[in-house]
Write a protein that binds this ligand. Structure first.
Ligand code: HEC
Length: 104
């Protein structure tokens, strides 16, 4: 009986730990100030938060082609998997997309 209790507690612990690792929280984008640049703002964030798993986000045309799904996973907090970005960092990517995703 005691064994089952210990196992149950272990499982719950593992489950919540995984959940914490795999999900960021949703947020509401706020776009103010100057427009973000693909080269200076977006590329470094994608390189540090996404490219380890998504090697297909390495050129402007690849990122531009995937922008609507990239936007939705960032807003929902489901990506980056295993870590999370600050709201300021998320704004940089989301606001760049909302600004028409220019190649600048
Ligand atoms: C640790 C690995 C990892 C990291 C880091 C990561 N992803 Fe993912 N991504 C995945 C996996 C695995 C999937 C497949 C679906 C799933 O498991 O949710 C995925 C799926 C996606 C999808 C497709 C979702 C859909 O429903 O079509 C998008 C878009 C995406 N990731 C964007 C990003 C962006 C943008 C970043 C960086 C901010 C990022 N990912 C960081 C592993 C990762």
């Amino acid at each position: 009986m005691k064994k089952i209790l210990v196992l149950t507690i272990l499982c719950i612990g593992l489950f919540t730990q995984c959940k914490k690792d795999n999900t960021g929280s949703p947020y509401t984008p706020t776009c103010t100030g100057s427009a973000n640049s693909y080269k200076n703002d977006v590329t470094p964030l994608i390189a540090s938060y996404c490219s380890g798993c998504h090697s297909n986000y390495s050129s402007y045309s690849q990122v531009n082609g995937a922008k609507s799904s990239i936007r939705s996973v960032i807003v929902s907090g489901s990506m980056p998997k295993g870590s999370s970005m600050s709201d300021a960092e998320r704004n940089k990517i989301v606001c760049w997309i909302d600004n028409g995703a220019p190649n600048n």
